[in-house]
Design a protein around this ligand. Structure first.
Ligand code: C2E
Ligand code: MG
Ligand code: MG
Length: 566
């Protein structure tokens, strides 16, 4: 028998050792003099019994018991607590914390200690058996035995708790109900065993589409449910559902049969659609029924508006894919004007999608392209086209012209961005300092912050100018301006007031302009539409201005005609 003795008092340890040495079994004893060392010792070695002093500095005996009992398998050892006091209340607290016996140190004799050890060991074995069967019962009550997922009961309880918790937060909950298409045919054709195997494979595939913080349950038969909490946008549920549908498009091989198994998904949202677990489930069920009716293997939102939004986004995504192949985009260029000289110093390249049947604008299709990662291809095309155009104009008209290009957060994460820009600059003989890369604050805050900031540093080293776009709309955080090598801030159009009557508005934009110029940033005001705004920008000492007051974004041909002919 292996025994661990934890006591800070050397004399008491000696007493215990002496008592044990008289023991005919002569157990093997390992001694340490603090709870911290004791916890370390049990990490490295398995003990049968722990003899534990109650009163110790820092971590006392009871705290050590609580820590051990919270571990898997209850820490795997019987515990006998020892104390100088024979206080009954203390003895009870030790047992409640999870010790099996308590003896006062003055009582220690070889026989008594031996009995306490043997009885504690026996008691612990019994308690462990009870604990194991409790775990088994809980597993049976909460888990589906075929797939190991939460069962209907557990899922519904968890849904109720999540809804109650969500009422205090600003976030959304999505409930996805999934039903396999034509699962009955599989059972009828190949038998139930194959059907069960298919369900297990489907669960594996779906699990790979989840991040791990969702609750995934089997409600029965071929019906599954997924609960996603803490969502900022309803679209995030779309992405999960689409991944699941796609993952099941690849046939599954089971027992020599190739089986294609689609899935219909219905989605309802809390708090938008319903307040209670029952209603939310009913609505997700209605949505799933609609998905099945519309031809299966698709997803459907309960709310019509959400469904319309989803359908439109989906159509746009499909059309974007086609347009990327056919190179159906154009770039328009908006002149950037120097405030003092009133001369045009460069352009901002803005993408246009002229033949889009859904008449989508960049504010709509760029976020969709970002979500579906189609932005990578689009971004490459934008960079190539804009840099090539600048090269032509610099050679033909003015070598000093600059080109501002919008870079999405997704592009910024890619390691290849810097080298591809470098290659384009070399290919078209353009100097890096004539390129302004426009980033938004969200790009700086992207999930992969480390690789974004590495990229920003590389782009700065390359010699390109970096602008923070849309400043004044998001966080407008000073720390972003200070922590990143940003050269330019672009004040967003929403910051510009319409008249002197908007006193607060005026004060804010003045404050931001002073702050930006104090830390040495170049200021560009965008969205200047009126004479008043133009004059205001001059007063604010904005270095450059951009807006309909001077010119709208125009095609390359129109720019040449109106702005570049001498
Ligand atoms: P942004 O980079 O802030 O671009 C300025 C937007 O304001 C452009 O909208 C421009 O047409 C518009 N604008 C310019 N002057 C005025 C004005 O005086 N009044 C008003 N009301 N608007 C003005 P656009 O072209 O629709 O682009 C919207 C956004 O889409 C851009 O905002 C940018 O974030 C994104 N975007 C556009 N092209 C690209 C691109 O090639 N790549 C990426 N990643 N994003 C792009
Ligand atoms: Mg921009
Ligand atoms: Mg902007």
């Amino acid at each position: 028998m292996e025994i661990l003795l934890v006591d800070d008092d050397a004399i008491d340890r000696e007493t215990v050792k002496r008592a044990l040495s008289k023991n005919e079994y002569a157990p093997r004893l390992h001694e340490v003099c603090s709870a911290e060392e004791g916890l370390k010792a049990v990490e490295n070695k398995r003990f049968d019994v722990l003899l534990l002093d109650y009163r110790m500095p820092k971590i006392d005996g009871i705290e050590m018991v609580i820590e051990l009992r919270s571990r898997p398998n209850l820490g795997e050892m019987a515990i006998v607590m020892m104390s100088n006091s024979d206080d009954e209340v203390l003895a009870l607290s030790c047992l409640q914390a999870g010790a099996q016996d308590f003896i006062t140190k003055s009582e220690i004799t070889p026989a008594k200690l031996h009995r306490a050890i043997i009885q504690a060991k026996k008691r612990f074995e019994l308690e462990k058996k009870l604990y194991d069967s409790f775990c088994q019962v809980r597993e049976l009550a909460e888990k589906d035995s075929l797939t190991g997922l939460s069962n209907r009961y557990h899922f519904e309880e968890a849904l109720k708790v999540s809804i109650a918790n969500n009422k205090r937060s600003q976030h959304n909950i999505a409930l996805l109900l999934l039903d396999l298409d034509h699962f009955k045919n599989v059972n009828d054709t190949y038998g139930h065993e194959t059907g069960d195997n298919l369900l297990k494979h489907v669960v594996d595939r779906i699990s790979l589409c989840l991040r791990g913080n969702e609750l995934f349950g089997r409600l029965g038969g071929d019906e599954f449910a997924i609960l996603i909490t803490g969502l900022t946008f309803a679209n995030s549920a779309t992405a999960v559902a689409q991944r699941i549908i796609q993952s099941l498009e690849v046939p599954i091989e089971i027992d020599g049969h190739i089986i294609q198994c689609g899935v219909s998904v219905g989605i309802a949202m809390h708090p938008q659609n319903a307040d209670t677990a029952e209603t939310l489930t009913k609505y997700a069920d209605i949505a799933m029924y609609r998905a099945k009716k519309q031809g299966r293997n698709q997803l459907c939102y309960f709310e019509e508006l959400m469904q319309e939004q989803f359908s439109r986004n989906y159509q746009i995504e499909i059309e974007l894919k086609k347009s990327i192949k056919n190179k159906d985009f154009e770039l328009h260029y908006q002149p950037v004007i120097n405030t003092k000289s009133k001369e045009m110093v460069g352009f901002e390249a803005l993408i246009r999608w002229p033949n889009c049947s859904l008449k989508s604008t960049p504010d709509e299709f760029i976020p969709i392209a970002e979500q579906s990662r189609l932005i990578d291809k689009i971004g490459e095309w934008v960079l190539d086209t804009a840099i090539k155009q600048l090269s032509v104009w610099q050679t033909k008209f003015n070598a000093e012209l600059t080109m501002a290009i919008n870079i999405s957060a997704i592009q910024l994460v890619h390691t290849s961005l810097t080298s591809s820009i470098e290659q384009l600059l070399a290919k078209y003989h353009v100097a890096p300092e004539s390129i302004v890369l426009e980033l938004t604050e969200t790009a700086l805050l992207s999930q992969d912050e480390e690789s974004s900031s590495r990229r920003i540093a590389q782009l700065n080293d390359l010699g390109c100018k970096l602008a923070l776009d849309d400043f004044g709309t998001g966080f407008s955080s000073l720390s972003h301006l200070l922590n990143y090598p940003i050269n330019i801030v672009k004040l967003d159009k929403s910051l510009l007031p319409q008249s002197n009557a908007e006193i607060r508005h005026l004060a804010i934009v003045k404050g931001i302009a002073v702050m930006a110029s104090t830390i040495g940033l170049h200021i560009i005001a965008e969205g200047v539409e009126t004479q008043f705004q133009h004059e205001l920008c001059c007063q604010l000492n904005a270095d450059e201005i951009q807006g309909y007051f001077f010119e709208r974004p125009l095609s390359a041909v129109a720019i040449e005609k109106k702005w570049l002919q001498t």
